[in-house]
Design a protein around this ligand. Structure first.
Ligand code: AMP
Length: 615
């Protein structure tokens, strides 16, 4: 593995790299930087956002330009204002020891005269969105006739957004003999055409396969009735207490509606779409970056250029019209070496699209089931237990201990623990105890009957669900845990299924006849010096009912309208139906919703956000 020194970067850049804490070059950097430093060449690089591509073109550009000259030598075109600002920011960080460097951002929605003034002071590098750049050229506010290096960043996005003519026009004002470096996540025909038109014998590098999504993103889909989409979304959020996600909707209206509904239901959510003013969008993005918003509901266009590294989940509330867009959506997670999950909520009529997406991203989806109420209660309970376990004691409490001890003088430790946990658990339990199964069978499109998650379809439900006290923080993902269990228990290929890995614990299923063997094995089993504990779980795992009896899809469908499970006990009218699982909110404690409301508004955002460990 090469180091940044091996790539041939100068001391100023290496010092900045050390300051940034980058220890080794990412794949795209290792591939692109030597080529761009050593030769005057055009380049086509296929790489997703989040792979470190800004540095892949940024470092060579900074090293190659003449910083002592005030002439504009580098031009970077990017599709959105957000991305333009991010690139400018990164370039300034990378070039912090390049004395005299001036990088200027040029984008719409901000004063064109201020930007022109900054350029006049001498900008060696301009980072621009195509529309504003074209505008500046036509008003003669900028001179790009001496450009030596031009970058087309997220070329596929720029073409998607209809910037082809603007790009052509801008490049016609640059010298013939400049080098052009094109970066794109996907390679549709239009990008290939642009490459052919503007570039001379470009060298090509690919990170992963063409159009392929990043390898650290896993893809899951959940099959539900259209009318249960929103309830399914909430369950996915509740089953992942530390979720920090972008939720994609197809239209601005749906985006706004889903965000409003989530906020009303007590989640920390925000909307991002084109009907909001720039100011409103900036505010939402700021809250999201600071992780004050846990769920950002966005349209594809508005989400372009979202460059937040810690997104844990992308949720496709609806699939995009253009299937290729899925690659961009899922690329918002799994950035900067982290892992991520891209979830798709599909109805029966859309399930065929999953196959087309698999072909495009060259990766298989895992079919999963929307967790049932008990599973969510367990996840929330264990998440709380872990949080408490990891909480540092605040000794300010010490002075109140005598009174607290007096109050609980008659309680045993067991009772205390139960009471303490009941505060949180009962909210979820009351809310979810009668919740229905949201999953529907795939019917004639049954894709992978042998796979995890697909197992119970077709009526095979006599399995046991287990809880195990290892999770992703022990280095497991669902595949690794499944292999691990199969190996130590000496089980066959399909004997372990419905593996669900959380941060510090997991769930899995086996057929009932294996229960004794599994439980006996784990009475004194140690892994890496630690006892591994396995217990039978209360829920059956994704879709099974609490009593273990799986009700048929049709009966459940009917119940969906009949509101036996609706906490309002409502009449089943339209608005109540729309808000199934929304009418009584798990976030609010018991019956005293007013006091809870004030508690929530006091804190501004849900406390779980502030407590998130990733910060
Ligand atoms: P990009 O693909 O350029 O948007 O980069 C995604 C994120 O990765 C940014 O926050 C960069 O600062 C960060 N990054 C870029 N290169 C590296 C590296 N070699 N090591 C660690 N982080 C990096």
């Amino acid at each position: 593995m090469s180091t940044f020194q091996d790539l041939g970067l100068n001391d100023d850049l290496l010092q900045a790299i050390t300051d940034l804490g980058f220890t080794k070059p990412s794949e795209v950097q290792a591939k692109a930087i030597p080529i761009l430093l050593e030769s005057e060449t055009d380049l086509v690089a296929l790489a997703q956002t989040g792979t470190g591509k800004t540095a892949a073109f940024g470092f060579p550009m900074l090293q190659k330009i003449d910083i002592d000259s005030r002439t504009t030598q580098g031009l970077i075109l990017s599709p959105t204002r957000e991305l333009c600002l991010q690139i400018t920011n990164e370039m300034k960080l990378y070039g912090k020891y390049c004395k005299g460097l001036n990088v200027v951002a040029v984008y719409g929605g901000s004063s064109i005269t201020d930007q022109a003034r900054e350029i006049k002071r001498g900008a060696q590098i301009i980072v621009a969105t195509p529309g504003r750049m074209k505008d500046m050229i036509s008003r003669r506010l900028v001179d790009i006739s001496k450009i030596q290096y031009s970058v087309l960043d997220e070329a596929d996005e720029m073409l998607n957004m209809g910037f082809k003519e603007d790009i052509t026009d801008i490049l016609s004002h640059t010298p013939e003999d400049k080098n052009t470096w094109l970066f794109s996540a996907t390679m549709p025909r239009e990008v290939a055409t642009i490459a052919k038109k503007f570039m001379k014998n470009p060298q090509e590098i690919t990170v992963g396969n063409k159009n392929e999504s990043t390898s650290n993103v896993s893809h899951e889909y959940y099959l539900v009735n259209s009318r249960d989409r929103y309830s399914a979304l909430k369950r996915l959020a509740d089953a992942n207490p530390d979720i920090f996600s972008v939720i994609f909707c197809r239209t601005k209206r749906d985006t706004q509606k889903v965000a409003e509904q989530l906020i009303e239901d007590g989640y920390s959510a925000g909307a991002l779409h084109g009907d909001l003013s720039q100011n409103q969008r900036d505010l939402v993005m700021k809250s999201f970056r600071n992780q004050q918003i846990q769920m950002l509901v966005a349209t594809d266009v508005a989400a372009r250029g979202i460059d937040v590294d810690d997104i844990t989940h992308v949720i496709n509330y609806q699939l995009p019209d253009e299937i290729e867009t899925y690659t961009h959506r899922s690329g918002r997670t799994g950035r900067a070496g982290k892992t991520g999950v891209s979830m798709v909520i599909v109805s029966k009529s859309e399930v065929r699209k999953i196959k087309s997406i698999e072909r495009i991203i060259n990766k298989a989806f895992e079919k999963k089931e929307i967790p049932d109420g008990m599973e969510i209660c367990e996840v929330q309970l264990m998440s709380l237990a872990n949080k408490i376990h990891n909480t540092e004691i605040n000794h300010e409490i010490d002075k109140y201990l005598t009174s607290i001890n007096e109050l609980f003088a008659d309680s045993t430790k067991d009772e205390l623990i139960k009471k303490f946990f009941s505060v949180e658990f009962t909210r979820f339990y009351n809310y979810y105890q009668k919740s229905k199964n949201l999953n529907i069978a795939e019917g004639s499109f049954d894709r992978e009957s042998g796979r995890d998650g697909g197992r119970d379809f077709g009526g095979k439900s006599d399995s046991t669900r287990y809880f195990i006290n290892v999770g992703s923080k022990d280095g497991f993902d669902w595949m690794k845990l499944k292999d691990f269990l199969k190996e130590i228990l000496e089980l066959g290929r399909d004997d372990v299924f419905k593996v669900e890995v959380k941060e510090s614990f997991s769930f899995f299923n086996t057929e009932n006849e294996l229960k004794e063997k599994v439980l006996a094995f784990f009475t004194d089993f140690k892994h890496e010096g630690r006892f591994v504990n396995v217990e039978e779980s209360q829920n059956r795992g994704g879709g099974g009912r609490r009593d273990g009896k799986r009700s048929g899809g049709r009966r459940d469908d009917k119940r969906g309208g009949g509101r036996r499970d609706d906490k309002n006990g409502g009449s089943g009218n339209r608005s109540e139906r729309r808000r199934s699982e929304g009418s009584s909110k798990p976030r609010r404690s018991g019956s005293d919703s007013n006091s809870d409301k004030s508690r929530r508004s006091d804190s501004g955002s849900r406390p779980s956000v502030a407590r998130r460990s990733r910060r």
